[in-house]
Design a protein around this ligand. Structure first.
Ligand code: SF4
Length: 208
């Protein structure tokens, strides 16, 4: 299934890849990843989609870009930014997508509780079907080296988020990118298992 990206004001808010629709709602990040494609010469481009945002879309613009949510296998919050930084907008959109019969996933850095200074997971219950959380390392030193978090205490906050998430969200998967120096994928998988969540190995620059 392939349709053009849904644009508003000349910017891509929703972009289809296969049978999933991805939502690009912010370009702000909590991390400053050393491997981030956003900072390369090509800019924030995924497949053929330029995800540069000139302004942050509001709920109405995002829902207009989504259209019929039920036609997609999944509607995924995922751009070159951390979607939970716009938590209120994200949850409003998720509520509407669910009401339209869609399934909702967030691809996240897992730092929402650290950023918002409260446990936001109960607010996701019933609205978010799946979380894909960037674990990206088996220990704090490796995490800090590659992900360069802006907030102190990010690593323990990420682990705590992962451990708590399955109580509120049916499907929780930690991910790590294979091929980053010092990242031990097997150890990442063991850590995810200890935290009680699934694990998926990712390939650098591959959206999913
Ligand atoms: S979280 Fe994603 S968009 Fe943000 S800095 Fe890291 S790789 Fe780049």
């Amino acid at each position: 299934m392939s349709t053009p990206a849904r644009q508003a004001d000349g910017q891509v808010i929703a972009y289809p890849i296969g049978d999933k629709l991805y939502l690009n709602i912010t370009d702000r990040c909590t991390l400053t990843c050393a491997f981030c494609p956003k900072h390369r010469d090509t800019g924030p481009v995924v497949h053929q989609y330029d995800l540069t945002l000139h302004h942050r879309p509001d709920v109405g613009e995002i829902l207009a870009a989504v259209g019929d949510a039920a036609r997609w296998q999944e509607v995924v919050f995922c751009g070159f930014g951390e979607p939970t930084l716009r938590l209120k907008v994200l949850l409003e959109v998720a509520r509407a997508v669910k009401a339209r019969g869609g399934r909702v996933r967030i691809n996240t850095d897992g730092l929402a509780n650290r950023v918002h200074k409260r446990n936001v997971l109960p607010e996701m219950a019933g609205l978010i079907d799946s979380l894909s959380v960037s674990l990206n390392a088996q220990d704090e030193a490796t995490y800090v080296r590659h992900c360069r978090p802006q907030l102190p205490g990010s690593w323990p906050a990420l682990l705590d988020f992962l451990a708590q998430a399955p109580r509120y969200v049916p499907e929780v998967t930690a991910t790590a990118i294979d091929g980053l120096e010092g990242v031990d994928i097997e150890a990442c998988a063991r850590l995810a298992n200890e935290l009680g969540v699934n694990f998926r190995r990712r390939i650098l620059d591959e959206v999913g």
